[in-house]
Ligand binder design. Structure first.
Ligand SMILES: N=CN[C@@H](CCC(=O)O)C(=O)O
Ligand SMILES: [Zn+2]
Length: 403
């Protein structure tokens, strides 16, 4: 693979957690063999095989979207319309998507997921997690995991998304279903997944059931994540911190104790701005979490029930405009923060001493995942919300979107 020199960068946003300044003006970078080979002042730039002039545009790491549910068929527009007319969101809608997903053939489902991955990439996302959770039986969860494994970067097992209904249309026994999730279903998905998640919430799984699932998955070697405190004070945050989960996501209903627990742990608090708008939930307290010292990630939570968008640009604008994060904090949360939530950030990779290439930060040796904006500054993401600001996207050094 030939090396490429990017010149004419207006602002280079490195999203490096160890650096004070958010961006470097007039920087240049060299991409080689899928990684960042060099970055520094334009005047000292080395030679490269190719040269691309981005003509004053801002360059950021590609977005790291650490929470999505892309393996589904059908939509829930009617449920959304009813919600906009005043109805509350409830977990039960997951069953509607499960029925539609089970109906789809492997080819149909794979094409739907691939299309959603393309959309995300076109919007600047270069590293993407997705979950199972609309299968809810052994065969269908394994199928979802297998299809996702070929299409996204990280796959999460979410068999504990909802207690499914049996042939009589009534929910099956919850504890027996948890046994299945911890047993045969886990064995069936295990070859395709590295993470496990649980929807710890009223109407889904209790903290005790969630603990059982997470412990069984940890014993099987999976990393842990939790959907917690989305609809109420579910106990999901406390459980995630207690079990050392990599992240707890949603965090809409949190106490000061929850915030302190997150701030003094390695568990990332993942906020989902588009979901909060689409469910008319109280916005997750991103400002308070950052002020307390917690690590925050921003993700799309793309799914047909609560957040039917993979637009990280939209999530970033919302976090600034509605949640009162600064642009600098928001860009860091949607890049380094997401990578940290997946333990694929510069610090985690260095600490683990493995040979994986870090993502979410632009530093020498990191994966060359670049998001070039059609604007001179990342501030435009919030200043001009909804505008088509993604100009070009590079993934592992290859241009994957844009002219
Ligand atoms: N909260 C649980 N899971 C999804 C929604 C799933 C659905 O309603 O289909 C979420 O993250 O919001
Ligand atoms: Zn989710």
């Amino acid at each position: 693979m030939s090396s490429e020199l990017l010149v004419g960068i207006g602002e280079l946003w490195t999203a490096d957690p160890d650096e004070e300044r958010a961006f470097v003006p007039d920087a240049t970078l060299v991409v080689d063999d899928g990684r960042i080979a060099w970055l520094g002042p334009a005047a000292q730039a080395p030679e490269a095989d190719r040269r691309t002039d981005v003509e004053g545009r801002a360059v950021l790491p590609g977005w790291v979207d650490s929470h999505s549910h892309l393996v589904f068929a059908g939509d829930r527009a009617a449920e959304f319309a009813a919600r906009m007319a005043g109805q509350a969101y409830a977990a039960g809608g997951i069953g509607v998507t499960t029925a539609a997903t089970r109906e789809a053939s492997d080819e149909e489902l794979a094409a739907l997921v691939a299309g959603r991955v393309r959309d995300a990439t076109a919007g600047g996302t270069t590293y993407l997690e997705t979950k199972t959770g609309y299968g809810l039986n052994v065969e269908q969860e394994a199928r979802a995991a297998r299809l996702a494994a070929g299409l996204v970067d990280e796959v999460t097992y979410l068999g504990a998304h909802l207690v499914p209904t049996g042939p009589d249309g009534q929910p099956v026994d919850a504890d027996e279903y948890v046994d299945l999730v911890c047993g045969a279903m886990l064995q069936a998905v295990r070859p395709y997944v590295t993470w496990a998640d649980v929807f710890c919430e009223e109407g889904a799984f209790t903290p005790e059931q969630s603990r059982r699932v997470l412990q069984a998955c940890a014993e099987a070697g999976l990393g842990l994540r939790v959907h917690g405190n989305q609809l109420g004070h579910s106990g999901g945050v406390a459980l995630a911190v207690e079990l050392g989960a990599a992240s707890v996501d949603h965090v809409n209903y949190v106490t000061d104790t929850d915030i302190e627990a997150l701030a003094s742990s390695d568990t990332v608090a993942t906020i989902l701005p588009a979901c909060d708008l689409s469910t008319r939930a109280p916005l997750a307290p991103g400002r308070a979490l950052l002020d307390a010292g917690a690590t925050v990630a921003i993700a799309s939570n793309c799914n047909p029930g609560t957040s039917y968008t993979s637009s990280m640009n939209f999530c970033v604008a919302t976090a600034v405009l509605q949640m009162r994060l600064t642009v600098e904090e928001t860009v860091l949360a949607a890049t380094y923060g997401g990578a940290r939530a997946l333990r694929r950030d510069v610090r985690s990779v260095a600490a683990q001493g493995d040979d994986r290439t870090p993502v979410g930060t632009l530093a020498v040796g990191a994966r060359a995942d670049l998001h070039v904006l059609d604007a001179p500054s990342a501030t435009h993401l919030a200043y001009r919300p909804g505008m088509p600001l993604t100009w070009g996207v590079w993934r592992s050094g290859h241009r994957v979107a844009g002219a």
